[in-house]
Design a protein around this ligand. Structure first.
Ligand code: NAD
Length: 339
């Protein structure tokens, strides 16, 4: 654990348990140079405690890089709550977690992420003000989807020479809060959708509402398409799955899509343009950060629109230097964080 903390340059790690509610929580604060750490709270089952800690650390690092490249005065942090097999009182568990956040005195601000809802954030808000994406603040997912949508346009422009999405085949893995909202925008822009989700109800809905083509979960990555949009969980691109891809570019919302940076080089060698996940999916963080600071929607939308130009800048550097956009993005973020 300490080795991973050192290699990722993590600032601090906070572990909490509450025997009454069954809470087991990890809060990882990666870097607070630019401001208090902000990042989502996951509520998922993990094969073991170590994998929950590792997930929190890696995601927190991504949040720091994301905030740095999005131009936010915010550090990177993430919380992971290990979902118990059975929970007696979910509201009480999230309130207990709210007390853990309060103890950090504003050093970490939480938000919605996979497995958590606006209602959970409302429970946390009973105990601390260091929480966003509550009922009154709003769900960041539509804003994340909007950012990914504009990022897909920028990716199409860089790789295919046009940002017209009419007839473009986009394969979306995961039709959750972000994935479904993205699918709606792509459909409205005339893209052809190929979709998969482990929840067949969501696929069915996309077939009915968005004329999407269903793809089996284990076949989505190898489905021929123009753009692959991973919008489920992270780690989908590894040295093996990259060899199966039949797309021109990868551009999706999932955090930590690559298991390792070498995978980005592999994509580059295969001629597949990779939109670095934390650059293209920054819309959610931009929304919660600026909303928490009391900014108006117009200001937030203007900030969101910079995602496409930032991505274009990363692609241009990468092309000029013949390197993966993922390496270029990391370098740019590290210049901001450690200069
Ligand atoms: P979500 O939990 O609402 O949706 C994830 C969806 O992916 C679910 O429908 C799930 O069934 C599906 N899924 C999981 N594994 C799958 C697989 N192997 N194959 C097909 N479908 C699979 O989560 P979300 O809020 O939509 O977030 C999606 C991703 O985007 C996550 O990685 C999250 O960290 C990232 N992200 C979210 C936001 C946000 O504001 N919600 C912002 C930035 C990044």
């Amino acid at each position: 654990m300490f080795a991973l903390m050192q290699s990722t340059r993590l600032e601090s790690l906070h572990l909490s348990v509450d025997p009454v509610t069954g809470l087991k929580a990890v809060i990882a604060i990666h870097n607070s140079r630019l401001g208090p750490a902000l990042g989502g709270c996951r509520y998922l089952a993990y094969p073991n405690d170590e994998s929950a800690v590792e997930d929190a650390i890696r995601l927190a690092q991504g949040m720091s890089y994301k905030a740095a490249l999005a131009g936010l005065e915010q550090g990177g942090g993430v919380a992971v709550i290990v979902r118990p097999a059975h929970v007696e009182n979910r509201a009480a568990l999230f309130e207990a977690f709210g007390r853990c956040i309060q103890q950090l005195d504003g050093r970490y601000i939480t938000a919605i992420d996979s497995g958590t809802s606006v209602a959970d954030m409302d429970c946390i808000a009973q105990q601390t003000q260091h929480v966003t994406s509550t009922t009154s603040a709003g769900d960041p997912a539509p804003h994340a989807a909007m950012g990914v949508f504009t990022g897909i346009r920028a990716t199409a422009m860089a790789r295919l020479g046009s940002d017209n999405l009419e007839g473009l085949r986009v394969a979306i893995q995961g039709l959750g809060n972000v994935g479904y909202a993205l699918a709606e925008q792509l459909h409205a822009a005339g893209a052809e959708l190929l979709v998969s989700d482990i929840d067949h109800g969501k696929v069915q809905l996309a077939m009915e509402q968005l004329n999407a083509h269903p793809i089996a979960n284990d076949a989505l990555l190898s489905t021929p398409c123009d753009i692959l949009a991973p919008c489920g969980l992270g780690g989908v691109l590894n040295s093996h799955t990259v060899t199966q891809l039949r797309c021109s570019a990868v551009a999706g919302s999932a955090n930590n899509q690559l298991t390792h940076l070498d995978v980005a080089d592999q994509l580059e060698r295969r001629g597949i343009l990779y939109a670095p996940d934390y650059v293209i999916n920054a819309g959610g963080l931009i929304y919660v950060s600026l909303k928490h600071r009391g900014e108006e929607l117009g200001t937030i939308t203007a900030h969101l629109s910079k995602i496409a130009s930032r991505l274009t800048e990363v692609f241009a550097h990468a092309q000029a230097e013949k390197r993966s956009p993922a390496r270029v993005a990391d370098e740019l973020a590290e210049k901001v964080l450690y200069r």
